[in-house]
Design a protein around this ligand. Structure first.
Ligand code: COA
Length: 390
């Protein structure tokens, strides 16, 4: 009897990590094998026709803004960008410090920055829908200021003040680099933020919802979300994907090794290649193709030294598909795209936060609007009952 026979025992379904299990409902976003939809709008449609600020309004307020609503939303966000100097001083000190031998990761700095913001937010302990919308907007507006301030102090440079004339994406780039982006760079950042904004019950959003379900405050839930996103299996993959490409480029320089051999060695060592695979999109992540096209456009404009990363990425992607049948996720082209934009690698996951804050806050508000504490059960697999005194 062949192994493929219908009567052969089938491989047990691996449900660790809640794989394949629906654990709640949401009106914010739908993720299927073939589609990603924010409140009824498909991601490719949004990436082509919307701005990140329109998407942020869609997620946080709940509908596509009219022209006047968008202007008011933009103006309000721009007016909220300043961060208390006492908070910036702490952020700057942490950014300049070393913990042990290593520099503090910008995600750690950002987590602390958001925690500090809670102490100066007048609505901190108010979980009413109106207060939570105000807090969401403040977080969205202030996070780029904290990211940029930390980066400039890490680099030993003088931080720049947020620029109210710029939209969210261009201001984020300005705060991080001190350079006003050109139209193409600003649009690429805007598209990447649209793609990163929301993804239903991914690990960090689910963490936010679990924390929010205890009826604690929004800032506490967002700090948990940042902690979850930092991990290499989640948001941290965009940084690791670029580091991996740099490793391949170095190891294969001058024909010392082929990319094929590098990948074979990685497979033999049973390494997970960052920026590949997905819990839901087993046949490919539609966001990856969209971002690759934008990144490639910039790389082609910049010339061979930028384009080489996309050529290398394509080679790695083809081998991964041929040998493992695993597709890239959005973090793979993201690493290359941000790299050719000249953004320091440790900032890639904080940029993700500057976008995903919208999805997190939308879910926290949705959780609080119809709350029941999230408290599942566990299957006990420990020792049988025994007595402490014999
Ligand atoms: C995203 C991810 C966490 C999904 O995890 P998951 O749904 O639990 O997927 P699984 O671990 O069940 O993967 C199924 C198989 O593919 C393999 N696989 C999955 N992603 C892989 C990767 N990036 N590199 C190498 N092998 C991978 C697994 O080892 C497993 O093989 P096995 O059946 O022989 O054990 C996982 O693909 C991963 O770690 N990717 C790298 C990190 C990353 O890019 N994260 C960003 C996600 S948007």
């Amino acid at each position: 009897m062949s192994a493929a026979s219908p009567s052969a025992p089938s491989k047990p379904v691996d449900t660790r990590g809640l794989a394949g299990q629906t654990v709640g409902d949401t009106q914010v976003c739908a993720v299927t094998q073939t589609q990603l939809i924010y409140r009824g709008y498909e991601i490719a449609d949004l990436a082509e026709h919307a701005s990140f600020e329109e998407v942020a309004h869609l997620l946080l307020v709940g509908h596509k803004p009219s022209a006047s609503e968008l202007k008011a939303f933009r103006d309000e966000l721009a007016s909220m960008r300043d961060v208390d100097q006492g908070i910036l001083d702490v952020v700057g000190r942490i950014a300049e410090s070393k913990s042990g031998q290593a520099e503090v990761h910008p995600m750690g700095i950002l987590r602390t920055g958001v925690s500090l913001l809670s102490h100066v937010d007048p609505d901190c302990e108010d979980n009413s829908p109106e207060a939570e919308l105000r807090k969401s907007k403040r977080l969205l507006a202030k996070i780029p200021t904290i990211i940029g301030f930390g980066q400039m102090r890490r680099d030993g440079r003088k931080p720049v003040a947020p620029d109210r004339s710029l939209d969210h994406s261009a201001n984020l780039l300005w705060c991080m680099t001190g350079v006003k982006p050109d139209e193409l760079a600003a649009r690429i950042m805007d598209v990447s933020l649209i793609l990163y904004a929301e993804h239903d019950f991914n690990a960090s959003t689910f963490a936010c919802r679990v924390i929010a379900s205890t009826e604690t405050d929004m800032h506490s839930a967002v700090c948990g979300g940042i902690g979850a996103l930092k991990g290499p299996l989640h948001g941290g993959a965009n940084e690791m994907a670029m580091e991996m490409l740099k490793d391949i480029d170095r190891d294969c320089a001058g024909g010392r090794m082929t990319v094929d051999a590098w990948m074979r060695r990685a497979f033999e060592e049973k390494r997970k290649l960052m920026g590949f695979g997905h819990r839901v999109y087993k046949n490919g992540d539609h966001r990856a193709g969209i971002l690759r096209r934008w990144g490639l456009k910039l790389a082609e404009k910049l010339g061979p030294s930028a384009k080489k990363w996309f050529d290398l990425g394509d080679e790695v992607q083809a081998i991964m598909l041929r040998d493992k049948n695993i597709h890239p996720n959005v973090d793979f082209p993201c690493g290359m795209t941000y790299f050719v934009m000249g953004i320091p690698v440790p900032q890639y996951t904080p940029i993700f936060v500057a976008s995903r804050i919208t999805g997190w806050c939308a879910h926290i508000m949705e959780q609080h609007a119809n709350n029941r504490i999230i408290r599942p059960l566990a299957e006990y697999t420990g020792p049988a009952l025994r007595r402490w005194n014999g």
